[in-house]
Design a protein around this ligand. Structure first.
Ligand code: NCD
Ligand code: ZN
Length: 335
């Protein structure tokens, strides 16, 4: 039977939430992955050193495994250099959200004018703290990411020593930026490699595929697939697995977020296998992230086999992407 061994898989963008939800989802991520970049959009968002330390502790307790590293992020505000010095050993990146762009982002920035942010971003450049960006404007929903490219450009030029990660890119426009600016990198989700807007809203509405940024056009998906499948050195896997309780997804006013944590590696195998690029998956799902972020996770091996896996209907109160469907790959063992 066809199999693939991945060493130290990393999910460089995940929402683990808190409380009961954390207890449901953290063990699923820590089973498949060696580490994950944990998003700070809690309610209220993570903006203090105490908050980061306490949240990391709650994650460690919830995940039921010792061989998993939660790479912590701080929610962007204008911070002083002194504060950043005090947190730098406790965080891997700072995540910036435009206010209101997505779930729990109300405390984000209202403007990307450079001058008010200069002190913070200069200090981050000096200290080597990475900036992870939710890149969407408040324009027409299909154009929000493409419109944000001018902001990425401005940030990349004004702060050439700052490593900037374009999170969960969904457009050909974002892919083009990778080769234009040395300090721009990107994460890509597995769902954006698979679906377009048609899958979300072309037929019956599929709330469990609704997320921000919304899935775009076939040509955008092709551009994402191209760089993911070749494991372009500036892209890495970030699931953006974002659990919401079933009743808030299957409701009037469905929250944005696709829950993929327990099926992410299996789906990645399916996508890379379909394109005969399984050899590049290790780089996409770990090596690139290790190099870009300068992280060294503890040793872990995940063995996947080409064997059917029926996705459970629910994990706790959360419906995963492809619930009830059969995937072509499954996880055989983790060592
Ligand atoms: C995320 C969430 O639910 O926290 N939702 C989403 O649609 N991706 C937030 C985010 O990353 O945009
Ligand atoms: Zn996210």
């Amino acid at each position: 039977m066809k199999s693939l061994t991945l060493t130290m898989p990393l999910d460089m963008h995940v929402h683990l939430r808190d409380g009961d939800m954390l207890n449901i989802v953290a063990p699923l991520t820590s089973y498949s992955f060696s580490g994950a970049l944990v998003m700070p959009n809690l309610v209220p968002p993570l903006t203090t050193l105490e908050g980061i330390k306490e949240y990391r502790h709650r994650i460690k307790v919830a995940m039921e495994a010792d061989d998993f590293e939660p790479y912590m992020t701080l929610f962007y505000q204008n911070y002083t250099r002194e504060f950043l010095e005090s947190v730098q050993n406790h965080i891997t990146a700072i995540k910036i959200y435009p206010s209101g762009a997505t779930t729990n982002s109300e405390g984000g920035v209202v403007s990307f004018d450079i001058e008010p942010m200069r002190e913070t971003l200069e200090a981050m450049s000096d200290l080597g703290i990475i900036l992870a960006v939710h890149g969407e404007t408040n324009g027409f929903v299909m154009d929000r990411e493409a419109e944000f490219m001018s902001v990425y450009e401005k940030l990349a030029i004004n702060f050439p020593r700052l490593k900037i990660i374009m999170e969960h890119i969904t457009t050909a426009a974002a892919v083009e930026m990778l080769d234009k600016y040395e300090n721009l990198y990107a994460t890509i989700t597995v769902h954006h490699l698979m679906i377009t807007l048609d899958d979300v809203a072309g037929g019956m509405l599929r709330p469990h595929l609704f997320c921000k940024p919304i899935a775009k056009r076939p040509e955008d998906r092709s551009a994402l697939l191209k760089v993911a499948l070749e494991a372009h050195p500036k892209v890495m896997f970030g699931s953006d697995s974002a659990p919401h309780p079933k009743h808030t997804k299957e409701s009037c006013g469905c929250g944005a977020g696709v829950f993929t944590a327990p099926i992410a590696l299996q789906l990645l195998c399916e996508v890379f296998d379909a394109h005969k690029k399984l050899d590049n998956l290790q780089a996409f799902v770990s090596d690139n992230a290790q190099r870009i972020y300068g992280i060294c996770p503890d040793f872990k091996e995940v063995v996947l086999i080409k064997h059917d896996f029926v996705v459970p209907e629910m994990y706790g109160e959360v419906v995963p992407m492809m619930a009830g469907e059969t995937l072509k790959w499954s996880i055989e063992r983790v060592e």
